[in-house]
Design a protein around this ligand. Structure first.
Ligand code: 5GP
Length: 347
């Protein structure tokens, strides 16, 4: 047994210190980034936000809506092959990842779809990216799809980030336990504070010209700024994009003055009972531990939420004088607040 003593931080443990700058308005900042994928040599430009490959938010409708902002979607893996072929033939699929796990049937379906329409972005997603089997899957996928950008995870440490990048991933997905409907920390005791996971994995990845996607744990727009400030190249959101018209969650209505009004929508973890029941028999367990089912408020079209998210990031950039999103980590100084101060200095 070993104890690590240095502080590990979640988003709530820090704030970003403002910095003097010549920047006048949030209209003058650019939230787009251009990345070169290490294994394909291809460039991608856009707002580096990705809707999670969960079946409520990782939808084709979400992909079409987010593309207007240059953002991305990792489609959930429960679409059938015909629907996927039709979707990837659309121009609006430009920023969408095809998601899958490690099973033979997942990979057979990908090959079948790819024969009919080229797939250029692949998200290899498992709960625990630390297994040899997963590294082998990343290697095999890289060999089979030399021209595709591959995102793989999830891990939370620099050593495994390097291993996945060397195996063929362009982007490593970072996060074990921070998700809004995830109970991994409670069920297994395993996890890693998300901001520290991002900082450590980004440091490892950037040395190899790889990229990281901070996955899970963002609950307010300011958390996106903290994730980018910590070195996340991409940020993946589940709960913050739930409850919208573009989602595939069940809507709950109430009667108000004789009218039926949408008030809530179900949102659930991909290893929750809800997901298991929905796919029982058909799909192997997606997550090693359980997830939960919640109701989020119904929020209408995702457009307003995207404006709010991008507005929050732009405003954070003006506070620290970053003209482009690329400058954000360089201009970020985190101040520890709240519980971590007690951990470090005693309460
Ligand atoms: P959120 O943005 O809601 O905080 O986190 C979204 C992330 O939670 C997803 O991208 C995925 O990594 C993770 N996740 C989704 N469903 C489950 C689940 O059932 N169990 C666990 N442990 N994690 C989940």
């Amino acid at each position: 047994m070993r104890i690590e003593n240095d502080p590990k931080l979640d988003f709530r443990d820090v704030l970003i210190r403002p910095k003097r700058s010549t920047l006048g308005s949030r209209a003058h900042v650019d939230v787009n980034r251009t990345f070169r994928f290490a294994h394909t040599g291809k460039d991608w430009t856009g707002f580096p936000l990705i809707a999670a490959n969960m079946d409520v938010v990782g939808t084709m409708a979400m992909a079409r809506a987010l593309l207007k902002h240059g953002a991305m979607v990792a489609l959930h893996k429960h679409y059938n092959a015909d629907d996927l072929v039709a979707f990837f033939r659309e121009k609006e699929s430009a920023n969408a990842f095809y998601s899958l796990g490690t099973t033979d049937s997942d990979h057979d379906k990908l090959k079948h779809v790819h024969k009919q329409v080229p797939i250029s972005k692949i998200c290899l997603d498992v709960a625990n990216g630390y297994t040899e089997k997963f590294v082998d899957t990343v290697k095999a996928t890289r060999e089979a799809f030399p021209d595709a950008a591959i995102m793989a995870g999830n891990v939370v440490t620099g050593d495994m980030t390097e291993a996945l990048l060397l195996a063929g991933a362009d982007i490593v997905k970072v996060g074990i336990g921070p998700g809004s409907v995830c109970t991994t920390r409670k069920m297994t005791g395993v996890g890693y504070p998300q901001l520290s996971a991002i900082i450590e994995c980004a440091d490892a990845a950037h040395g190899l010209k790889g990229l990281v996607c901070g996955d899970g744990g963002c609950t307010v727009p300011g958390d996106l700024a903290k994730a980018y400030g910590g070195g996340a190249d991409f940020v993946m959101l589940g709960g913050m994009l739930a409850g919208h018209d573009e989602c595939e969650g069940e809507i709950r209505y109430e009667e108000h003055d004789g009218e039926k009004v949408a008030v809530g929508m179900t949102f659930y973890g991909m290893s929750s009972d809800t997901a298991m029941k929905r796919y029982s028999g058909g799909v192997a367990k997606y997550r090693a531990s359980e997830g939960k089912t919640v109701e989020v408020p119904y929020r209408g079209p995702v457009e307003d939420t995207m404006q709010e998210l991008m507005g929050g990031v732009r405003s954070a950039m003006t506070y620290i004088g970053a003209v482009s999103l690329k400058e954000v980590p360089k201009r970020t100084t985190f101040i520890m607040v709240g519980s971590q101060l007690n951990t470090v200095f005693g309460s």
